[in-house]
Design a protein around this ligand. Structure first.
Ligand code: PEP
Ligand code: MG
Length: 586
């Protein structure tokens, strides 16, 4: 009989594959037998874990202070030598092949064998060396997961997640990125909400994901075959064959739909009544440019640069920023690039730098521009690099998390002082670089007219705007039920921002997830929004919705949705509005 678990579907699509139970602190080993085809993968995982353990030990050795006794480094050297010994470097690989087990299980078997050998030794000195063996084995074991206690991140381990459904308590954005780069099939987490950065990342990279499936790790076994339905937020174990057939059919229909959408790539982005649209893409890492180009987006509306700061032990300097921005510019071939200055804090924590004392409420604490203005050493190298890159292609600067006009003015002054410094050193840059601000705090939306007078463009960040307007933590699944982009307060703030931009004659875009949600984009167009920045893989669906609608016709309908006092009526109106092009959920 199949088992069904429900959570919050945060990234659409169906994924099928074996479970990979991911524990960041501990490793659970199940003696599940793996398929013969998976043996090479487990061998690769084992070798990668040994390599990662070696790198860690070498880093530890190099960090030993001169004042420490010789014995300390000798101890680490011994462990490094043991790591090279065939009992640890070769034998587990043979066990994987012989017994068809996961790499962790093979290492566990070898631990048991070695323990027995050492126990039989007469010499008390030699028999105590089993402790060293165990330390080295633990080192390898920890390399299979993110071992927070040793300060290592998932990037430094080389686990192969290809085709796997990762089941975790939670995933950091960095875990998510690394797993994606290795071809993970789907994500299921025990915690997290619609707007957690992990959810956003999963959507942006197009990997089916469900969050908030409480205690799921107690029910699923390593390697068990699973189906993730990101549309309905259900996870299935032991699915019946006829159910699997149904899922496969849906997967196929989905692929067909995606294929059909590609016909829109060269269609002009214009409404039926001739209103021109700007459809840009959000990117997190350089590699996203490839997907952006596939859908021929009109440039980058949001480059989340904080990902340059994650998974590393130091902070990127000006030259590193510059190199990345120049590469992105080159890849964009003249299309505009909006670089958001680093937005760290809350659920995007850096390992390299301690971001102050732990706040009770990090989402409301020192994050985004607040953090950067409190310590401009974080921001100045980035601003210098952005400005220097602006000499080579069209770049806009965008500041996140603005709360008051004071911050806007401080940011502008900082840009001016960086320009002065660059001028003095003879660097070239775009003197008229456009400076924009994100509207993602309710105070900024309410005072959007003032912001609009001091900025060159605005971009609405609905993820945070919704979180702060409705007082719901975007990563807390317990309050996810309150998440409501149709809440009249949210819609009014959006409308106020669009109108403020019109009044002051500056462009207003939206780069929050709502702009990439096909259910809402006609409503937004009806409110006067014509600039959308969405994850690349959602852009064509948004294009389909917008280019098949007429702006004038939507205006009245949108007003009725904003003014409505009943959610039921809002949904009915929305359904009517979307009737001729049923949107696929994101
Ligand atoms: C937003 O808040 O809507 C946004 C785009 O920024 P982020 O999701 O990176 O906080
Ligand atoms: Mg935000």
């Amino acid at each position: 009989m199949s088992l069904m678990f429900t959570g919050i579907g945060v990234s659409r699509g169906i994924a099928m594959g074996p479970a990979y139970i991911y524990r960041r602190d501990a490793i659970e080993i199940t003696p599940v037998k793996i398929a013969a085809k998976d043996v090479p993968r487990e061998v690769r995982r084992y070798n990668a874990a040994v390599k990662s353990a070696r790198m860690h030990l070498m880093a530890v050795r190099d960090g030993i202070p001169d004042s420490a006794s010789e014995d300390v480094s000798a101890f680490i050297e011994t462990h490094l030598l043991m790591l090279e010994d065939s009992v640890l470097s070769q034998r587990p690989v043979e066990l994987i092949k012989q017994h068809r087990v996961y790499a962790e299980r093979a290492l566990q078997m070898q631990r048991e064998a070695l323990t027995n050998v050492f126990a039989e030794m007469e010499d008390p000195y030699i028999s105590t060396r089993i402790d060293d063996v165990n330390h080295v084995i633990d080192e390898i074991m920890r390399s299979f997961s993110t071992a927070k206690s040793t300060g290592r991140s998932a990037r430094k381990q080389q686990t192969d997640w290809k085709g796997m459904i990762v089941i975790a308590d939670d995933l950091t954005p960095s875990d998510t990125l690394i797993m994606q780069s290795q071809g993970v099939a789907g994500f299921v987490t025990e915690t997290g909400g619609q707007l957690s950065h992990t959810a956003i990342l999963a959507r942006s990279i197009g990997i089916p994901a469900i969050v908030g499936v409480h205690n799921i790790r107690s029910y699923i076994e390593q390697g068990e075959d699973l189906v993730v339905d990101g549309d309905s937020g259900t996870l299935l174990a032991e699915a019946e064959p006829e159910m699997l057939t149904g899922f496969k059919r849906r997967q196929k229909a989905d692929r067909q739909h995606q294929k059909d959408l590609t016909q829109l790539i060269d269609t002009p982005a214009i409404t039926k009544d001739g209103v021109e649209l700007s459809l840009q893409a959000n990117i997190e890492v350089e590699d996203d440019i490839k997907s952006l180009k596939r859908v021929k987006a009109d440039g980058v509306g949001l480059y989340r640069t904080e990902f340059l700061y994650l998974n590393r032990d130091d902070v990127p300097d000006e030259e590193e920023h510059l190199k990345v921005y120049l590469r992105v510019l080159r890849a964009l071939k003249g299309a505009p690039l909006t670089i958001r200055t680093v937005d760290l804090g809350a659920d995007k924590q850096m390992t390299a730098k301690d971001i102050g004392p732990l706040a009770h409420n990090p989402a409301m604490g020192l994050r985004g521009i607040r953090l950067c203005l409190s310590d401009t050493t974080l921001l100045i190298p980035q601003l210098r690099a952005i400005l220097r890159a602006s000499a080579r292609g069209p770049i806009n600067i965008m500041f996140p998390m603005l709360t008051n006009l004071q911050e806007v003015l401080q940011c502008r002054a900082l840009v001016e002082s960086v320009k002065d410094a660059l001028r003095a050193r003879g660097f070239k840059f775009d003197e008229n670089i456009q400076i924009g601000g994100m509207i993602e705090v309710p105070s900024a939306a309410i005072a959007a007219d003032q912001f609009a007078r001091h900025l060159d463009f605005l971009s609405i960040g609905t993820n945070d705007l919704i979180q702060y307007t409705l007082a719901i933590d975007r990563i807390d699944d317990q309050v996810d039920y309150l998440y409501d982009p149709l809440h009249p307060a949210v819609l009014r703030l959006i409308r106020m921002t669009i109108e403020a931009g019109k009044k002051e004659n500056i462009p207003v875009a939206m780069c929050g997830e709502m702009a990439g949600d096909a259910r809402f984009v006609r409503l937004l167009l009806g409110l006067g929004l014509t600039r959308f920045s969405t994850p690349p893989n959602q852009l064509l669906e948004i294009k389909r919705m917008l280019t098949t609608s007429g702006y004038k016709q939507l205006q009245k309908q949108s007003k009725a949705i904003v003014d409505s006092e009943s959610t039921e009526r809002q949904l009915k109106l929305l359904q009517k509005m979307n009737a001729n092009a049923t949107p696929t959920l994101h």
